[in-house]
Design a protein around this ligand. Structure first.
Ligand code: GYE
Length: 326
């Protein structure tokens, strides 16, 4: 009750003063002033894989095209550092913040600090716990892929490919991150509906190649009967392919590999017959991220979620797609 009447009072004051009521004001989000140029922050999670490098390049290139100043930080895989990075952007007085939150819960304080400081924040690529911070209320919007759908698409492909039968090892992304949580749920839910398929182990490989390789190595030893590996990203899938080969087995033959991202090395693994398929997760956020900020500055209503449309790669299109991959 209190918040509704306060909101109405605010809207009434704004109307009396003769200003346009922007979506931002009505929703309690900090507005973004219309300016010829901006100083914005991009808080990256880490830079240890091609996906991250492609994302950073896209954010930097697009800022340069627009003539905006970009304050760039790299949390080097630490959620605590990423919170500190966002606080430092706030202290530097940026106009808006683009955040790829490493994990769903630890980045909540960063989202809330930006809101409190009156700086609009846009989540790109990863999200935060929706029970603790709300899109359109605590931050402007989430722009990214549908991770549940990615997991589901990987599983659907597999079910068809192996005719509903197989023993699966799952290599998860960084623990507590939204893509790891949702890809697992999307994948596991489909597998649970197929009694001939069984996930015998599921462990993190932290979204990187070497940890993916080590996790695959341990799981292959513990479960020599496994004939399928689902990895939450291509880097870990490629690590797993090395582990399969080191165990004296043939990736793509003895063990089917399916993953997510669509990076160059992933597509090459498909071309080489070592990986079956990968669901695209596009890292090139620059154009969509800054376009959303410009729209927002004009007081236009921004949807709480802006979902990227991604492709699916297998042997039928990997070769044709590799040139514009990263
Ligand atoms: O799949 C992975 C990266 O957050 C969607 O993180 C992203 C994931 C992507 O490190 O390769």
């Amino acid at each position: 009750m209190v918040s509704i009447s306060r909101r109405m009072a605010l809207m009434a004051t704004v109307a009396i003063a003769g200003f346009a009521v922007t979506a931002a004001m009505a929703d309690g989000l900090p507005p973004l002033k219309q300016k010829a140029t901006y100083k914005v922050g991009f808080a990256q999670t880490e830079s240890n894989n091609p996906w991250r490098l492609a994302q950073t390049a896209s954010m930097k290139d697009e800022a340069a095209k627009l003539g905006w100043q970009l304050v760039y930080t790299d949390a080097a895989g630490s959620a605590a550092k990423q919170v500190a990075d966002v606080n430092s952007m706030i202290a530097q007085g940026v106009d808006a913040i683009f955040l790829s939150p490493r994990e769903e819960k630890p980045l909540i304080p960063a989202v809330m600090a930006a809101k409190k400081a009156g700086i609009p924040l846009f989540l790109i690529d990863r999200s935060v716990d929706p029970n603790l911070a709300k899109a359109g209320v605590d931050y402007v919007t989430f722009i990214g892929s549908d991770f549940l759908l990615e997991g589901k698409q990987a599983a659907d492909w597999l079910v068809k490919k192996v005719d509903g039968k197989g023993i699966i090892l799952e290599i998860e992304g960084s623990t507590g991150s939204s893509p790891a949580n949702d890809r697992k749920k999307g994948f596991d839910d489909v597998i649970a509906q197929n009694p001939g398929l069984k996930i015998v182990a599921s462990q993190t490989g932290n979204f990187n190649r070497d940890e993916g390789r080590k996790t695959a190595e341990a799981l292959l030893q513990a479960h020599p009967e496994a004939n399928i590996i689902f990895a939450h990203n291509d880097e870990m899938a490629i690590g797993a392919i090395s582990a399969i080969e080191a165990a004296g087995k043939k990736p793509g033959k003895d063990i089917l590999v399916v993953s997510i991202d669509g990076e160059k090395d992933g597509l090459q693994a498909i071309i080489d017959g070592k990986m079956g398929a990968t669901v695209e997760c596009n890292p090139k956020f620059g154009p969509a991220a800054y376009a959303a900020a410009i729209k927002y500055s004009k007081g236009e209503k921004i949807p709480a979620t802006m979902t990227n449309t991604d492709r699916f790669y297998d042997a039928s299109n990997a070769a044709a797609s590799i040139a514009d991959s990263y």
